[in-house]
Design a protein around this ligand. Structure first.
Ligand code: SF4
Length: 228
C-alpha cells in the first residue's frame, strides 16, 4: 500500500502525514476493507456464511494472530475465536501476560467453510487480499500462525505444524512463528511435558518475550504464569 506522503527518492514530499494522521487514515482504510468483506461474494463461502468475520483487536499492537477460518460460533457472532477454541486462545494469551485486546486476531478466510472443512486453495486465494490489507495497514512486527492452514499459506511450505511450531521464520520483514491451533489442543488436553499443550505454553512465552523486545518493554511479570 502506498503512503500518500511518500515520494520517489530525491523529491520533496507534497505533505507529510503526522503519525496520528497516518493512523487515522489507516483506520479508515481498515473499516473500508471490513465493509468490503461484509458484502464480499468473491468465493462460494460468501453464499453460505451467516456473518463474515473480519478480525478483532488492536491492529497496531505489533502482534498479529492468524487462524484458518471462522467456525460455527464465529459465523454466528461475526467475531474471531469466540467458541471453545477461542476461549482457550484467550486463556493462553492471558497466561503469558498478553491482553487479547492489545493484539489483532484474524483468519486466512473471512467466511466459514461449511462443516468447518479446510478452505480450498481458491478460497484462500480469493480472500488473501483482505489479509494482505490487514498486514499492510497494521505493519505488525510479529505474526503468529495458528495451525497448519495459515502456516502453509503464509510460509508456502508443505511441512506440517508439528515440525515448524516454535521456530521463528522471516517473511516480508516480519518475524513469523507457527503455533498449534487451539482446537488441536482441545483434542489433546494433556499438559504433560512434550504434549501439544506444553509445547504451546513454551511457544506463547517465546512470543511474549519477542513481543516485549519489539515493543522495547519488559512486562514479563504481568502473566498469570501457568497454562492449566
Ligand atoms: S471467504 Fe473471503 S473471498 Fe470468500 S466470500 Fe468471504 S470474504 Fe469473500
Amino acid at each position: 500500500m502506498t503512503d500518500p506522503s511518500e515520494t520517489r527518492s530525491g523529491e520533496e514530499p507534497l505533505f507529510q502525514l503526522s503519525p496520528s494522521e497516518r493512523r487515522h487514515q489507516e483506520a479508515i482504510l481498515l473499516e473500508e476493507a471490513r465493509h468490503r468483506v461484509e458484502r464480499c461474494l468473491r468465493c462460494p463461502l460468501g453464499k453460505t456464511r451467516n456473518k463474515s468475520v473480519f478480525g478483532e483487536g488492536n491492529l497496531w499492537g505489533k502482534l498479529l494472530f492468524v487462524g484458518e477460518g471462522p467456525g460455527a460460533d464465529e459465523d454466528e457472532q461475526g467475531m474471531p475465536f469466540v467458541g471453545r477454541a477461542g476461549q482457550l486462545l484467550t486463556q493462553i494469551l492471558q497466561a503469558a501476560g498478553i491482553r487479547r485486546e492489545d493484539v489483532y486476531i484474524t483468519n486466512v478466510v473471512k467466511c466459514r467453510p461449511p462443516g468447518n472443512r479446510v478452505p480450498t486453495f481458491e478460497e484462500m486465494m480469493a480472500c488473501d487480499e483482505y489479509l494482505q490489507t490487514q498486514i499492510a495497514l497494521g505493519r505488525p512486527s510479529l505474526l503468529v500462525l495458528l495451525g497448519n492452514t495459515p502456516t502453509k499459506w503464509i510460509l508456502k511450505t508443505t511441512e506440517g505444524i508439528s515440525k515448524l511450531r516454535g521456530r521463528w521464520f522471516s517473511w516480508k520483514g516480519m518475524s513469523v512463528l507457527p503455533m498449534f491451533h487451539p482446537s488441536y489442543l482441545l483434542r489433546y488436553p494433556s499438559s504433560t511435558e512434550g504434549s501439544p499443550k506444553h509445547l504451546t505454553w513454551l511457544d506463547i512465552q517465546e512470543v511474549k518475550r519477542k513481543w516485549d523486545e519489539v515493543r522495547g518493554t519488559d512486562l514479563c511479570s504481568e502473566g498469570e504464569g501457568q497454562l492449566s
